[in-house]
Design a protein around this ligand. Structure first.
Ligand code: GDP
Length: 636
């Protein structure tokens, strides 16, 4: 009888067009926007604990949202992840937004899944340029952010100043009056409380909780808008699950979906991508993704079962013909050739060296990463890997290296295109540099050498200036380390893809040649000491050397063959490495990113789990000569 009664009510409701309380009545989807270190992870830990989704003290210590070790090291979040919790019968899905500009293209699609945002700002530091891009997109999409001024417990907290700065930032980003009227909470994620005033009203001190934030989310953020009709969902992020294979996450716009149902995927133009049977519907529960019976409109879910469908496609009922609006996937702007390590030291430091293993690993990466394009290179030992910039590709190389791979990587190349008239176009980025006033001139000068055009210059407070440029990606390769050294580490750089524009002309590359070893062996202090006059040395005594390896930078424009293995007397006893009492200057060491931007066209970076070496692509000097001669007539 109860079942019948329920059905009857539903039937009457349908007849009368009543709205029944559904999932959407009690659901909120929000994004968190924060600069690195302003406390996003801590806040989410606290919210999870307060909601009971995670037992306090258990997983809390594990810095829940950014689980990837490399992300933490580089202080960025790469993948948007969702955490879900309940507060007073309301489900709140919290989406983490990528904070780094190289990944900015995903931001807009991700923000389309939510109806509100929390802008989390450090009470001492104030808003930082890194959050500007994400906030700008959120405001442009019409979201009305809640501002949380965190770390109020810090002695150097200056909440009034920070509030003013946030207001100015909103105004500068053309926020509407409604958006400018943002609600503010003050608090300490670390101590687990949020309050309406920085002084923390006595009563709120008693409650000592983050309830005010939950309440504000529920009252200020709109319920998800649900369009009536058959099932539709915009695929927003792509992932690869160990058991389920390809998975796509998005917010259900209309209808509902259960495992076993057959749906289709159509692209942005409405063209069929594939028909497939949904093998699993998963939703976020606490920190985990769990299978659910049915995904309902408004919720953020993950579907499995597709083989081809990707981000920006619409997953929908077979009867649907019109795709959901979607931003196109940002095009790759930079590519590198990943090759097997075929140097003399190959296989001595890593365990994964064969081209098949490298190929499988790259294919697996591309499966879960929409921004990567992998194509077979000119021979079967090489792969072209195209992505969205140095940071993304650098992280991939670093990850593979930690997994035991050995690789050689060629000079990064920007991806060119042609317009309809056959003119060459290249990727241009918007670059924002915040720097101490005294370094402004230097930065403008070095950016000009890299074909960066100054678009705007204004004081950003506290003796600092903000410089905005439009610059070709080509000129920005390796720019960050250079910028940091010329500003004594004080500059903050942000970049984001702008557009493909006509080629900006040649940019001068490295002006010096290199010191190339002409013999194999072990570097000897005595030999290195004698080579110091020729340029900066990159190796230490005792390291293994091979013919064609780059051991230093020549102070002149040409490459110089040298022998770093030659001891004072070539007796077996003396050539051991730590022979002579000579004083060597500290060798020049290059990080992976520096090495990639340092090498010339005919050079490679050799990457192993233990070492980064530079080498000539052709190790044999005669082969190098021949290649040079073959190139000479056309190089004029
Ligand atoms: P995220 O990079 O935004 O995820 O920042 P984290 O949550 O990892 O926090 C960065 C640092 O700030 C950590 O050392 C936290 O302990 C600290 N922190 C976070 N919230 C607070 C707070 O409310 N007060 C103080 N004093 N420190 C905090």
């Amino acid at each position: 009888m109860p079942l019948f009664a329920a059905l009857q009510i539903r039937y009457v409701a349908l007849q009368q067009n009543w709205t029944l309380p559904t999932l959407t009545e009690s659901l909120r989807n929000i994004a968190i926007i924060a600069h690195v270190d302003h406390g996003k992870t801590t806040l989410i830990d606290v919210l999870l604990a307060a909601s009971g989704a995670v037992r306090a003290g258990k997983e809390i210590a594990e810095r829940v949202m950014d689980s990837n070790e490399l992300e933490r090291e580089r202080g960025i979040t790469i993948l948007a992840k969702v955490t879900s919790l309940f507060w007073n019968e309301t489900r709140i899905n919290i989406v983490d937004t990528p904070g780094h500009a190289d990944f900015g293209g995903e931001v807009e699609r991700i923000l389309n899944m939510v109806d509100g945002a929390i802008l989390l700002v450090d009470a001492a530091e104030g808003p930082m340029p890194q959050t500007k891009f994400v906030l700008a997109k959120a405001l442009a999409l019409g979201l009305k952010p809640i501002v949380v001024i965190n770390k109020i417990d810090k002695p150097e907290a200056r909440p009034d100043y920070v509030l003013d700065a946030v207001f100015d930032l909103f105004a500068a980003l053309d926020a509407s009056d409604e958006q400018l009227d943002f609600p503010v909470l003050y608090g300490s994620a670390k101590q687990g409380w949020m309050a309406k005033t920085p002084e923390r009203a006595a009563q709120e001190r008693v409650t000592n909780s983050v309830a005010p934030l939950f309440d504000l989310v529920i009252s200020h953020v709109a319920k998800p808008v649900i369009v009536p009709g058959a099932f539709t969902m915009l695929a927003t992020t792509l992932g690869a699950d160990t058991f389920l294979g390809r998975v796509l996450t998005g917010r259900i716009r209309s209808g509902s979906i259960a495992a076993g149902e057959t749906i289709k995927a159509i692209d942005r133009d409405g063209k069929l991508v594939e028909n497939f049977r949904v093998s699993r519907v998963l939703a976020f529960r606490g920190l985990e993704r769990k299978p659910i019976d049915r995904g309902e409109a408004g919720d953020i879910v993950t579907l499995a079962g597709m083989t081809k469908a990707t981000v920006a496609d619409t997953l929908c009922d077979p009867a649907v013909v019109v795709p959901l609006d979607a931003q196109p996937i940002d095009p790759p702007t930079l590519s590198m050739t990943f090759r097997i390590n075929d140097g003399p030291l190959a296989g001595t430091e890593g365990s994964k060296v064969q081209s098949r293993v490298i190929r499988d690993r790259l294919m697996r990466e591309a499966e879960g990463n929409v921004a990567l394009k992998i194509t077979a290179g000119e021979d079967r030992d090489a792969f072209e890997v195209a992505g969205r910039g140095e940071l993304q590709l650098g992280i991939l190389i670093e990850t593979m290296r930690r997994e035991g791979f050995e690789l050689t990587i060629g000079k990064p190349q920007v991806v060119f295109r042609e317009d309809d008239n056959g003119n060459r176009l290249e990727p241009i980025e918007e670059v924002v540099v915040d720097v101490d006033d005294e370094h402004t001139g230097t930065v403008i000068e070095t950016m000009a050498a890299r074909k960066g055009e100054l678009a705007e210059m204004k004081p950003s407070g506290g003796g600092r200036t903000r410089l905005e440029f439009l610059a070709p990606t080509r000129g920005l390769i390796g720019y960050l380390p250079a910028l940091l050294s010329e500003t004594r580490g004080t500059a903050v750089l942000n970049r984001i893809f702008h557009a493909f524009e006509p080629y900006k002309g040649a940019i001068a590359g490295r002006r010096t040649g290199v010191l190339v070893s002409n013999s194999p062996g072990v570097a000897v202090a005595y030999a290195l000491f004698n080579l110091q006059d020729r340029g900066a040395i990159m190796v230490r005594p005792g390291v293994k050397i091979y013919e064609g390896m780059i051991i230093g930078e020549h102070s002149r424009g040409n490459d110089l063959p040298v022998n770093p293995t030659k001891g004072k007397q070539l007796s077996n006893v003396r050539a051991s490495g730590k022979d002579d009492a000579v004083t060597l200057t500290t060798p020049m060491t290059l990080s992976l990113e520096q090495a990639l931007s340092y090498i010339a066209e005919d050079e490679l970076v050799e990457v192993t789990p233990k070492t980064i070496r530079l080498r000539k692509a052709l190790l044999n000097p005669h082969e190098r000569k021949r290649a040079e001669r073959a190139k000479a007539p056309s190089a004029a």
